[in-house]
Design a binder for this molecule. Structure first.
Ligand code: PA5
Length: 444
């Protein structure tokens, strides 16, 4: 049986009795979470049921199979509509996936940017000229996001001009009945529904992530299996053994004690987008002006930051180790065996280099990374900087599915501890409304 990622909290700066205190407040949320696990999609927490949804798995697998053999897929979506897909793709297939020649390429179109769009259209034109097939997957929960609509319109127009079978190669993922959904139906595009109560940042295990990931060859069934196994662990009543609840308790403790920055420090560059996905998850879920009953202004939130080991040690370590003690860090590492995999990469044994840096010749890169991580964690301890450690047994689908599921449930627990609603995002909506108002006023 596959092993779930581990959570190590020895240096978290929170004692067993303090953890027990926070745990009391979680008892009712764990009970509510267990109820939600039985309630399909009627509960705000219902994204926890996605890993078990056979209908979505089948629907996305059938469509991905139909698109088997396509050469590229463009995901048009922003925020919760593309960050999860990007996180899983980069983690599992690597940041260089498009250059490795394994499976269809994947491109993302999120913000509106002339330069990025021109470059993307240039790439896609080259692919079409070479006879390659492209799928455009528009993803928007609301079905009315300015950036997504603009980019989708541009990209599908391109496809329709260059591909006689374009409509067969356009997929819309949205809330059933949204304006986007209706347009797709009218034009005869493929449609995939997002369960109504599943919000963008909790939607990676829905068709939002499942379809594009299957289409590029990610083993989504293993991703879901990892998520399902982690869900079981995160429904456990003993907080000390429930990783999501335990992490929520640690974060809550530090928030109450003035550490309102949560740094996710990932010791593997391919995990950077997992950090960016988490940044949205935390930022939108607990960054709230009002409490969950909308009675009290709380202006609550922790600022999530993302650091990459060892890259950011060469720019941020001074601040992290010498600056204010205002952060709680989560180190994420891959265990050495899994990252070595079949072979691993070693430094050559060139004696002349010993004068530059001794003791690295002939050693595996994973050994060096491990030494760096151990050095960093000791420095954090010596400098009184609290941290916890998440250990991944590789970066395959199972591990990443489990990791993302843990964080989604952690945020639900943390929302409860902080007394805010982790499922809405009124401030994001506010900017969207204002943007539309400006565009309306200046339209000619
Ligand atoms: O979490 C959220 O709700 C937002 O960040 C959305 O994901 C983002 O604004 C995109 O919205 P939509 O999927 O409706 O296009």
């Amino acid at each position: 049986m596959a092993k779930l990622p581990t959570l190590e909290t020895t240096h978290s700066g929170v004692s067993v009795s303090q953890l027990r205190e926070h745990s009391k407040a979680l008892i009712s949320e764990i009970a509510d979470m267990r109820d939600a696990a039985e309630e399909g999609y009627s509960n705000d927490r219902c994204s926890i049921n996605l890993p078990y949804d056979k209908k979505i798995a089948k629907e996305t697998a059938v469509l991905a199979k139909r698109h088997k053999g396509v050469d590229a897929i463009v995901v048009v979506g922003i925020g919760g509509s593309n960050l999860g897909t990007m996180a899983v793709q980069e983690a599992v297939l690597g940041k260089y996936h498009n250059m490795t020649g394994t499976g269809p390429k994947i491109f993302y179109s999120d913000t509106v940017d002339t330069y990025a769009m021109k470059d993307l259209l240039r790439i896609l034109t080259g692919l079409r000229k070479a006879g390659k097939t492209i799928v455009v997957n528009g993803v928007s929960k609301s079905g009315g996001t300015t950036e997504t609509t603009a980019n989708f319109e541009i990209l599908t127009e391109f496809l329709r001009k260059t591909d006689r079978r374009a409509d067969e190669h356009i997929v819309v993922t949205s809330d059933e009945g949204s304006p986007f959904w209706k347009l797709a139906e009218k034009r005869g595009y493929h449609t995939l529904a997002i369960p109504k109560k599943v919000g963008g940042r909790y939607s990676v295990m829905s068709a939002v992530g499942q379809y594009p990931l299957r289409a590029i060859g990610v083993d989504v069934d293993q991703l879901l299996k990892g998520a399902a196994d982690m869900r079981k662990a995160c429904l456990g009543g003993d907080v000390a053994k429930n990783p999501a609840a335990q992490r929520a308790a640690l974060l809550h403790h530090h928030y109450l004690h003035g550490k309102n920055i949560a740094d996710m420090f990932l010791f593997c560059p391919d995990l950077e987008s997992v950090g960016r996905w988490y940044r949205q998850l935390m930022g939108e879920s607990i960054g709230k002006e009002w409490d969950s009953r909308h009675k009290m202004r709380v202006s609550c939130g922790m600022t999530p930051t993302v650091s990459i080991g060892s890259t950011d040690l060469h720019s941020m370590a001074q601040l992290y180790l010498g600056g204010p003690v205002d952060k709680f860090t989560t180190f994420v590492t891959l265990d050495e065996k899994s990252s070595v995999g079949a072979g691993g990469v070693s430094v050559p044994r060139d004696k002349e280099y010993e004068a530059l840096v001794p003791h690295i010749q002939g050693r595996k890169l994973s050994e060096l990374m491990d030494a760096i991580y151990r050095g960093v964690s000791i420095a954090y301890e010596k400098n009184g900087r609290p941290y916890c450690h998440v250990g991944l047994h590789g970066k395959d689908e199972y591990q990443i599915g489990a990791l993302l599921q843990m964080h989604m449930m952690e945020m639900m627990y943390l929302g409860r501890l902080l007394g805010v609603n982790p499922f809405d995002q009124p401030a994001v909506e506010a900017y969207k409304v204002e943007t539309k108002r400006i565009l309306e006023k200046t339209f000619h």
